[in-house]
Write a protein that binds this ligand. Structure first.
Ligand code: ZN
Ligand code: FE
Length: 253
């Protein structure tokens, strides 16, 4: 496998990702919560950054960019450029750019913020979702409406099921507790919750996950399903309304 993905824990519960292409020796970074642990991970492997991809404007995703950028090309959403570190490449939804001979597709996944983007790398079967789709959860809606987030999650849900979902935070254990209040009867969810508890007890990350796992267990991705609508007492509501209700319940949880 020519592309290697390394999960780098940062701050208290953030994840950054290094993507390394062995053939060219190029390395990309997705989000820079802080410079130090990322620099340590790079040095340990003898890698230097060619590109830095920014998902959204929050400090816990960009504060390390200044110290890491050096010669790297910094990529971010043209429409949120005013809130991001200086961009060397401004990209927009649906656009593809090149990383070491691989296509990287930019997807607008607004909702957590307006202008949040995800990066889909078909050549590595991976999507970098930060605070849009998260392991067993989704980001809080600071700027977008529930309808907007639902349409963003629906775009991600349509990617191939074997896609690896590299999201931005270790919130999975508390997400599992909440998810079990929504779908008490979901066997796959119970199994995943047990697995998460075990993984966390060993101090290991639960991120990345796979899209197939998320489709089977993540209540925010499942708002269109009759069993989920029934479980929350909204059998005839629209997908967007059901998503909004689940998101509100999580905010109060
Ligand atoms: Zn954020
Ligand atoms: Fe965040």
């Amino acid at each position: 496998m020519p592309i290697e993905i390394v999960t780098v824990p940062c701050l208290s519960d953030n994840y950054a990702f290094l993507i390394h292409d062995d053939d060219t020796g190029q390395t990309a970074l997705v989000d820079a919560p802080e410079a130090h642990p990322i620099q340590v991970a790079l040095d340990a492997r003898g890698w230097t950054l060619s590109q830095i991809w920014i998902t959204h404007h929050h400090g816990d995703h960009i504060d390390g960019v200044a110290d890491l950028r050096e010669c790297a090309m910094v990529v971010g959403n043209e429409y949120d450029a005013r809130r991001l570190p200086a961009l060397d490449a401004k990209v927009t939804d649906g656009e593809t750019f090149d990383f070491a001979g691989n296509d990287v597709l930019v997807m607008d996944v607004s909702g957590h913020t307006i202008g949040h983007i995800a990066f889909y790398l078909p050549g590595a079967n991976a999507v970098f979702t930060a605070d849009s789709l998260m392991a067993l959860g989704c980001g809080r809606l600071f700027e977008g409406t529930p309808e907007l987030m639902w349409s963003s999650l629906s775009k991600l849900a349509a990617l191939p099921r074997h896609t690896i979902v590299c999201s931005g935070h270790e919130y999975t254990a508390s997400n599992a507790k909440f998810a079990l209040t929504v779908e008490t009867e979901n066997e796959a969810l119970h199994a995943r919750a047990a697995e998460i508890a075990e993984t966390r007890a060993k101090g290991k990350p639960t991120v990345p996950s796979t899209l197939a796992e998320e489709l089977a267990t993540n209540p925010f991705l499942r708002a269109n399903l009759p069993e989920v609508k029934a479980a929350i007492g909204m059998p005839n509501a629209s997908d967007g309304a059901v998503f909004a209700e689940i998101r509100q319940r999580k905010d109060r949880f």
